[in-house]
Design a protein around this ligand. Sequence first.
Ligand code: ADP
Ligand code: ASP
Ligand code: MG
Length: 413
Amino acid sequence: MALIVQKYGGTSVADPERIRNVARRVVETVDAGHQVAVVVSAMAGETNQLVELARDLGGAEPDPREYDVLVSTGEQKTIALLAMAIQGLGRQARSFTGGQLGLRTDTAHTKARIRSIDSERLLAVLRGGSVGVIAGFQGVDDEGNITTLGRGGSDTSAVAVACALEADVCEIYTDVDGVFTTDPNMVPGARMLERVSFEEMLEMASLGAKVLQTRSVKFAMRYGVPIHVRSSFHHGEGTWVLPEEEVMEKLMVSGVTYNRDEAKIRVVGVKDAPGVAGGLLLPFSEAGIVVDMIVQNVSQDGTTDLTFTVPRRDYPAALELARRAATQSGARDVEGDDRIAKVSVVGMGMKDHAGVAARMFQVLGEEGINIQLISTSEIKISVVIEEKYTELAVRALHAAFVEGGAEAPTEER
Ligand code: ADP
Ligand code: ASP
Ligand code: MG
């Protein structure tokens, strides 16, 4: 007997028939002799609708506490419906909101972090032969305020529950067959990976592959809980996300990702002196705006340009902050662009292969795509390009590195 946590995303619970289908899959697992805790998202499109409603009545920046009270309701609906559907199949089930589960978070509304889970109540329900049906995406802070974990947060809820229960596996059921070499909804030639390491998955998720929320991968990696990504529509094997040593195949490039959620800001004519860059960026961290790629040009005449990216939703506020900081530090000008995309190639094999970057830039050059910013780590290379070329860039890089199997020149040869 295993203890299994299953998570079903929005498309998997989009209507009553699909909820019945999920109930059947849960019951199959129970009938195979396992204890099952199920984490569910809101029905497809529901969270988006709630976010729109919040903006309609609460303006561009609705009160964060009330926003969380509202957007968390989508999951409250699906847990009750799924519990009923499981009961309809003659099995016991009990739903839990984040608060009822004792899923404690910090107070950072709309992007709260999980602090602890009181697993005893849930374990008692599972031991009693019931299925626990848990609302993803939500928790409560120490004062009992409802909090949410950021978009896509049900993945993180599921992995956190799996860690707290010391589950054997966390199964993520979604609308694609597993983790692919790139978004299968954009590139028909995308290939499903049988196994992918936590490290690669972490990079792919944080660089835009939204099949798993980044934080869920971090959690699973820290506690060593295997993630199994599968389709909720059939019984295909899907993808295992595992420690590096359990992944035999070391592809040079295992994934091509894109992210259209960032914007770029350039501060022109910044004095090139110690402490200036720090002074410029400090207001961003104080405002809770995460600065991602940062590039400083070579200094000319004692001044330089500082370019960085921020989440697109923070772009207006970030531009304002940059203008203020620029005036204070005597910089010449501030320019911004929110029509950019970050395209990346990720792969463990890059550690041992030279020349991936050169090949990547060559492929983009052949397509006439200009590279605006570059950043690299041991297992990834990212570039910022004009947003309108996203699909072209992803397809060309996927064709070159994955479909065509183009190899970079290696030291060993
Ligand atoms: P859910 O509602 O089940 O949480 P999401 O929409 O959050 O599902 O994530 C699944 C989607 O992630 C897929 O429909 C696919 O378009 C997208 N995706 C992007 N990159 C990848 C990738 N490398 N592998 C699989 N899916 C990906
Ligand atoms: N319902 C939430 C969202 O749409 C959480 C999730 O689906 O993971 O972002
Ligand atoms: Mg998701």
